[in-house]
Design a protein around this ligand. Sequence first.
Ligand SMILES: Nc1ncnc2c1ncn2[C@@H]1O[C@H](COP(=O)(O)OP(=O)(O)OP(=O)(O)O)[C@@H](O)[C@H]1O
Ligand SMILES: [Mg+2]
Length: 303
Amino acid sequence: MKNIIFFLGKGGVGKTTSSVSLSYHLADKGKSVYLASIDPAHNICDIVSEKPFNGVKNIYQNLFAEEVDVEEYLKKFVKNTTRSMKNTYKYLQIINLDSMLDVMKYSPGMEEYAIMYALKDKIENNIDKDYIIIDTPPTGLILKIFALPFTSRMWIEKLILWRKKIINARGAVANINPDAIDKELAIKEEDDKVLKELGLQSSTVEFLVELLQDRNKTKTAIVMNEDELSLNESKRIKEGLDYMNIPLNLIIINKKGMIENKVNIENSFSGIEKAYAPFVKDTSSTEHIAEICKEWAERLIDD
Ligand SMILES: Nc1ncnc2c1ncn2[C@@H]1O[C@H](COP(=O)(O)OP(=O)(O)OP(=O)(O)O)[C@@H](O)[C@H]1O
Ligand SMILES: [Mg+2]
């Protein structure tokens, strides 16, 4: 994979349209492309004039699109978490894990976690493509998803440390009196299921943190329109990306000339490249969609 490119921005500004436009452009250049939407409310199929489809679909030349089934991922995530908790803590009969399962689905943060795992899976499964293009959900949700690997990394590191202390303390007690420790409990780090699980979580978040901060691989574009709400939201996205040290490569001012009371953006986003995209007649026509990325496509790709 040469680049992974994320399109971010306020609802309705043209994230999906821009993602599709760049994907066709790359396919026309002979590149293999995986285009995914991780927005729970998808609409790639509308823009590429396809009937809704499940899984990955080869929609054009070497361009493969997928509207990631976030609900399915959420179910899978809750099921896997419950299964691994059951396995790990089977000696703790006191917790009724089955009854937790339904509630967990609605717990705060679950959707973000599910999308984070989906993102990691989809990237790994498509690492052989030249480009991965990601159409993202609304600002609030995508910033939380981006933040998750960073925050998770902090607590996973701490949990690993504490867990090791517990195992070592158990080991010390077992040395003195082997009967004092229940046979179910690990006394060596390599035998501990909790540490193993934490190791797996750690590798997922490390993979994402490294990728998101890798300026050679990750590119992000904020798509906006020339109105005040869209400008303000774009500034919030920039602040979020800066805070997490995720690169911001381009501001795309989409639907040029179509916005009444347009705001002046000349003084905003200093140091970041800006490009315009025209308002086209019919975004479902491949000819028109090609117009959208004409001015900016080459600024987001590395060859
Ligand atoms: N450059 C453009 N010219 C003409 N129409 C456009 C352009 N960009 C986007 N549109 C239209 O604006 C609408 C919103 O575009 P799009 O779905 O790409 O936005 P989005 O940011 O992905 O929205 P959402 O947040 O709902 O996913 C669509 O009807 C699309 O056809
Ligand atoms: Mg969209």
